[in-house]
Design a protein around this ligand. Structure first.
Ligand code: PHE
Length: 457
């Protein structure tokens, strides 16, 4: 790279920036609905096991690759081994697909912020409100446009630093509020049934799809397998310890996801107590879960409109720091590869995102007859699925092969050990060389067979 790379100041700077990218809708919106859908406790358990093995090893590998080469994904893979250049391009496809639908959800968050701030909290709590909203044509598109527009303005003006500063204040408030709401939810009548569902693994619900869903969520939530952590690593100074930073980001990211689940899943069991059908329906609701359950929680508490508005503004910031990191990644690739300036690159990315995002937004209304993954699924589910459950596992697999067998784990270990011990290096080596690649392939094959009906669970 010709220009000198700016670097994060110190360890805290790196952790905050990486956490800003990692913590977002993945934790607050996606994790709870997947945990609800895939059996509660068993999903949580599988997720935690994967986080301390796959997540740990892959995040260390990506950050170390970035710092070692000083390049972002496309250049970094090429620098490590010419034959792996393609991997950077495959990884780059992921944010291009994610950003548009991420912004559709970001639009929903913005809409809910507006609703609560204007005193409409109890309307939002009514059954059918969310379905009515996303089923419209114009309104969801308007909020989607506002969200992606705001993201583009920040990236275009290069004022990410300003947003980061604000989010440094917002993030801790978000954590406190999420924990507070979770505790409140648990005090609702019959919520403890939901707690049991959420934390007690039911091994009869274990299946290949559960593991695949948990693995996809892990990559998504920690911004792995799409080259983003490589870029962040390239900005990291040599005196920052990669292993301890990784652990801290992981604990932070997983902690927020856990509490997000705690504030939503027990609410299902409380509000629909006694009606197994409705409980089941909500557990498998998918992308709308947070938007259906949280307004009910807020509506049941005193001052719910204010708390709801505060909550959604914090979620909005968390979502923006993530969407900015997604867009920034794509813009910098386009600037490099197409040799265009920031403004042109921004406009191209904005255009592509609108084109890909529109069908996702319309998929709950006029396009709801399109059910790419089977009855009840939407276009948004489809984009979400091919990135998280197909492309990202493939990128992760090839990264393991590259690190485990081509450049060898030693290269990463040396990079981590430039300052201090790498206490998990045995675990790292075993996971990267054997466990992760074998499991990823097994999970992929297993879940494809499950999807095609060869295996019954
Ligand atoms: N990790 C983010 C989240 O949990 C999503 C994201 C993925 C952001 C990739 C940036 C890059 O919401």
């Amino acid at each position: 790279m010709e220009q000198k790379r700016s670097s994060f100041t110190g360890k805290l700077g790196f952790i905050l920036a990486a956490a800003g990218s990692a913590v977002g809708l993945g934790n607050l919106w996606r994790f709870p609905y997947l945990a609800a859908k895939y059996g509660g406790g068993i999903f949580l358990l599988v997720y935690l096991v994967l986080a301390v093995t796959f997540g740990f090893a892959l995040m260390i590998a990506e950050i170390a690759i970035g710092r070692k080469t000083g390049l972002s994904a496309i250049g970094a893979f090429k620098a490590l081994d010419k034959r792996f250049s393609f991997l950077g391009y495959v990884a780059a496809i992921v944010p291009i697909i994610i950003l548009p639908y991420y912004s559709v959800i970001g639009g929903w968050v913005t809409k809910y912020l507006f609703t609560f701030a204007t005193g409409g909290g109890s309307d939002a709590a009514a059954d059918g409100y969310f379905g009515g909203f996303i089923g419209k044509v114009g309104e969801p598109i308007l909020w989607f446009a506002i969200f992606i527009g705001a993201t583009a303005v920040v990236v275009l003006l290069g004022v990410e630093k300003g947003v980061e500063k604000v989010s440094k204040i917002m993030m801790p408030i978000l954590v406190v509020l999420t924990i507070g709401i979770a505790i409140y939810t648990l005090t609702l009548p019959n919520a403890l049934d939901g707690l049991v569902y959420y934390v007690k693994p039911d091994f009869s619900k274990f299946s290949g799809t559960t593991v695949l869903a948990a693995m996809g969520q892990l990559f998504y939530s920690m911004s792995l397998a799409m080259g983003i952590m490589i870029t962040y690593g390239s900005y990291m100074k040599k005196d920052v310890h990669i292993e301890s930073s990784t652990r801290q980001i992981e604990i932070f990211d997983t902690g927020i996801a856990f509490f997000a689940g705690l504030m939503i899943i027990p609410a299902i069991f409380s509000f629909y107590h006694g009606d197994e059908v409705l409980i089941g329906e909500n557990l498998t609701k998918g992308p709308g879960l947070m938007f259906v359950m949280l307004p009910k929680v807020f509506d049941s508490m005193p001052g719910g409109d204010i708390i709801g508005a505060l909550f959604f503004i914090l979620v909005l910031f968390a979502a923006l720091t993530s969407s900015i990191s997604l867009m920034e990644t794509i813009v910098s690739i386009f600037m490099d590869k197409l040799k265009v300036g920031r403004k042109v690159a921004c406009l191209i990315v904005l255009g592509i995102s609108v084109v890909i995002g529109l069908p996702s937004s319309l998929g709950f209304g006029v396009f709801s007859f399109i059910e790419p993954l089977g009855a009840g699924t939407s276009i948004l589910d489809f984009f979400d699925f091919i990135t998280n459950n197909v492309i990202m596992p493939v990128v992760a697999f090839i990264t393991c092969i590259l690190v485990g067998y081509v450049i060898k784990p030693k290269a990463i270990i040396e990079e981590v050990e430039t300052n201090g011990k790498f206490s998990g290096k045995k675990l790292f080596t075993v996971v990267i060389k054997y466990i992760a690649p074998v499991c990823i392939v097994a999970i992929l094959i297993f879940s494809v067979m499950e999807a095609l009906g060869f295996i019954k669970v």
